[in-house]
Design a protein around this ligand. Structure first.
Ligand SMILES: [Zn+2]
Length: 260
């Protein structure tokens, strides 16, 4: 089947700098975003301090004692500071293996390089909870968000808080908060808000999570791939490059607004 391309659809949406010729061709020809040239995310935000307990020897599952909000911030910190070292290596792919349908949560998703398993994918939306695919719901949403964060690495950090999820309003500062730093804790640790030299709050830009991958982006990956192409009870594999291509193809010029 042949068809004529309507190039007007792409006016004003032009490919962002860095999109390679072959990917641009895919964009304009309506080709699948799952094939095409490798692209790289924008330069990373300089990360702030990781949450307590996020170390290279930690496994990506936050301590049980944390609230959901703190657990999400912890998992985001782990994915940005620790997981990204593995997940942004050239040639990395993500591999879903179906488990027993009668055992909820037995599906698993691993990070792989040249056939070797590097580790499990960190769940940044529902920490410690199972992933799912082939349908829409919490498990697939968590998978889509976690895949994008893993593929983008440090470029997934919220610039408003440098991935910490927290901002500081300095008493002597401007009308805008600054990304939280550990030294701000001392400034804020006075008896009352009136006496304190700083007030620390959750970052508005990311709802206190530290990640710039918003629901409108990862829900679309659910539609396009996680629920749209993958089948429940069946395995799948997607490369980091394919996910980055999808980000470029999907967002076009809007990329900068979502990721930066
Ligand atoms: Zn933020």
């Amino acid at each position: 089947m042949s068809h004529v391309h309507d190039h007007e659809n792409h006016v004003g949406r032009g490919p962002r700098p860095g999109i390679t010729g072959s990917l641009r061709h895919d964009l304009e020809s309506g080709g699948s975003p799952w094939t095409g040239a490798s692209t790289e995310p924008e330069p990373a935000v300089t990360l702030g301090e990781p949450p307590e307990g996020v170390t290279r020897s930690s496994d990506g599952i936050p301590p049980d004692v944390l609230s959901l909000e703190d657990a999400r911030r912890w998992a985001a910190g782990w994915a940005l500071h620790v997981g990204s070292r593995l997940t942004t290596q050239p040639g990395v792919s993500f591999h879903g293996t179906p488990g027993d349908r009668r055992t909820p949560g037995s599906d698993r998703v691993t990070v792989e390089l040249n056939g070797a398993v590097l580790g499990r994918l960190c769940n940044v939306r529902d920490p410690g909870q199972p992933f799912g695919w082939g349908y829409t719901g919490a498990g697939p949403s968590a998978l889509a968000k976690s895949l994008l964060v893993a593929a983008l690495g440090q470029a997934a950090a919220c610039p408003g808080c440098r991935g910490t999820g927290k901002v500081t309003w300095l008493a002597t500062g401007s009308a805008h908060p600054v990304p939280w730093e550990p030294a701000h804790d001392d400034l804020a640790a006075l008896a009352t808000a009136e006496e304190a030299e700083a007030v620390i709050t959750a970052c508005d830009g990311c709802d206190g999570e530290g990640l710039a991958v918003h629901p409108r982006l990862y829900h679309r990956l659910v539609t396009d791939l996680v629920a749209g192409r993958w089948q429940q009870g069946h395995g799948w594999r997607v490369s980091r490059d394919e996910l980055l291509d999808w980000v470029n193809t999907t967002l076009g010029a809007a990329w900068a607004q979502v990721i930066s």
